[in-house]
Write a protein that binds this ligand. Structure first.
Ligand code: DOR
Ligand code: ZN
Length: 345
């Protein structure tokens, strides 16, 4: 197969940032994706409906003329979040979901949740109105090994929340382990998971063997190869509970390349080329559309995009090593193998 036409993809987990960085990265997502769930971990975070509406306006203002793209806004859950504000933002079409960051789990998560019982009224309200919760599934306890934090989160936090609020629809975001894949497969009710592009491609050796590679450092951190294989199996299976959330997370090179560098891989420009390669290698290109374009809208109760994109296979395509933004240079994810599929203009 050398041409593949699929419904236009969406990105169900994306960091666009704000200001000059937003202006620099947004065109790369809008070039290929119809919609994206836009993460609210700005400084300060996007907590209220009013803040989400203002952020949505800034994103639309940064969109180059002639490009179509719909940002789907997310509210950052804090222990002080007002259930009524969440419900009003949902009813007004301002907020699509709410994001739970355990406090301290990742970039700009200091205002996240420490005591999960404190947010129960918000979660119950969301269950009542059918609003999904996006979850960063890692515990933050310093005594838990960073490679175990996702598996421990499932047992200690996610499973108890699902028992207490069974009608809440939950997306376990950027899953990185066989444990998470198995948990989603075994728990059919109100549960789905996103998988990033980079976690389908790298394992922890890519970060640490033969020298430390900060551009592969993200959270949750990539795990052993057996976990990557489980993610590829889940993503390429067509199973409707798994869909693409790139977690494309731009940081400037100076912020990545320092003694304590930021977490995040910037995959927006070459994600579709990377994914086509992964699905083709698995012999399952026919399931690419389910993963990128159909399963996500189905979970969120939205229509599939009405237009299409065509991927064409040929000589390897090259992407710039980094893009220049008004905030500084941002390195583009290097999959480490040639990319033969490009998105037809
Ligand atoms: O690698 C990551 N980067 N993981 C996250 O959870 C946050 C993100 C960011 O905002 O940079
Ligand atoms: Zn993220």
């Amino acid at each position: 197969m050398t041409r593949l036409t699929i419904r236009r993809p969406d990105d169900w987990h994306l960091h666009l940032r704000d200001g000059a960085m937003l202006e620099g990265v947004l065109p790369h997502t809008a070039a290929h994706f119809g919609r994206a769930i836009v993460m609210p971990n700005l400084v300060p975070p996007v907590v209220t409906g009013a803040q989400a509406a203002a952020y949505r306006d800034r994103i639309l203002a940064a969109l180059p003329a002639g490009m179509a793209f719909q940002p789907l806004m997310v509210l950052y859950l804090t222990e002080d979040t007002d259930p009524e504000d969440v419900a009003a933002a949902h009813a007004a079409g301002i907020a699509t979901s709410v994001k739970l960051y355990p406090a301290g789990a990742t970039t700009n998560s200091a205002s996240g949740v420490r005591d999960f019982d404190k947010v129960r009224p918000v979660l119950e309200k969301m269950a009542e109105i059918g609003m999904p919760l996006c979850v960063h599934g890692e515990v933050t306890n310093s005594d838990i090994d960073i490679f175990d934090r996702e598996a421990v989160f499932i047992e200690r936090v996610l499973h108890p929340i699902r028992k207490k609020v069974p009608d809440l629809r939950i997306v376990m975001e950027h899953v990185t382990t066989q444990d998470a894949v198995d948990y989603v497969r075994d728990n059919h009710r109100n549960l789905a998971a996103t998988i990033t592009t980079h976690h389908l491609i790298i394992n922890r050796n890519h970060i640490l063997a033969g020298g430390i590679r900060p551009h592969y450092y993200c959270l949750p951190v990539a795990k052993r190869e057996i976990h990557r294989i489980a993610l590829v199996e889940a993503a390429t299976s067509g199973d409707e509970r798994f869909f693409l959330g790139t977690d494309s997370a731009p940081h400037t090179d100076p912020n990545k390349l320092q003694a304590c560098g930021c977490a995040g891989c910037f995959t927006a420009p070459n994600t579709l080329s990377c994914l086509a390669e992964v699905f083709e290698a698995a012999g399952l290109l026919r399931n690419l559309e389910a993963f990128t374009s159909r399963n996500g809208p189905k979970f969120y109760g939205l229509p599939v995009n009405s237009d299409t994109v065509t991927l064409v296979k040929g000589e390897p395509v090259t992407y710039p090593d980094r893009i220049e933004t008004g905030a500084g240079p941002v390195t583009v994810f290097d999959p480490g193998f040639p990319l033969h599929w490009r998105v037809e203009a």
